[in-house]
Write a protein that binds this ligand. Structure first.
Ligand SMILES: [Zn+2]
Ligand SMILES: [Zn+2]
Length: 152
């Protein structure tokens, strides 16, 4: 996204719109996909020799859940985006790199499809969000048997 310094009135100017999400350059990422345009709601102000931009940037994305392995959609948003750049009155400022960085820093380290995702059973591999398995129960039974043996 490019802002022309000469466009901005002394009181500042709001930029609201969408940008091709290809500027995020995430096409080759495994387990991550971008599902729509990048949207922004920014307020630009000019100070002597400087451009100050604040606001929010966001995009709809898909991640793979780190617990159950399902792909899920979520909104990635930086609501406190700030960029300050030196620029003269007749210059244009390209904020693409700042926006890209802000979005990437907002990615979850361990994406989960929902807070209470139960994940996969470590023994049989079923998704515990969708079905129950008997592994736990069996394990408990084994210990009960062993406890019984020890007592003898
Ligand atoms: Zn999950
Ligand atoms: Zn199981």
């Amino acid at each position: 996204m490019i802002i022309r310094m000469s466009e901005i009135p002394p009181e500042g100017m709001r930029f609201l719109g969408e940008e091709q999400s290809s500027i995020l350059d995430l096409e080759n990422e495994k387990d991550i996909s971008v599902n729509g345009p990048l949207y922004y709601d920014l307020y630009a102000q000019v100070a002597p020799g400087e451009l100050i931009v604040r606001g929010s940037v966001g995009v709809e994305m898909s991640f793979r859940c780190s617990r159950c392995g399902e792909v899920f959609q979520t909104k990635v948003k930086d609501g406190a985006f700030v960029a300050v750049r030196e620029a003269g009155m007749d210059e244009s400022v390209d904020l693409t790199e700042e926006i890209r960085e802000a979005i990437i820093l907002t990615f979850p380290n361990y994406p989960v499809c929902k807070v209470d995702c139960k994940g996969l059973c470590v023994q049989c591999g079923v998704s515990l969000n969708r079905e129950k398995c008997n592994c736990r129960k069996r394990e408990e039974n084994v210990w009960t048997v062993l406890d019984g043996l020890k007592l003898k």
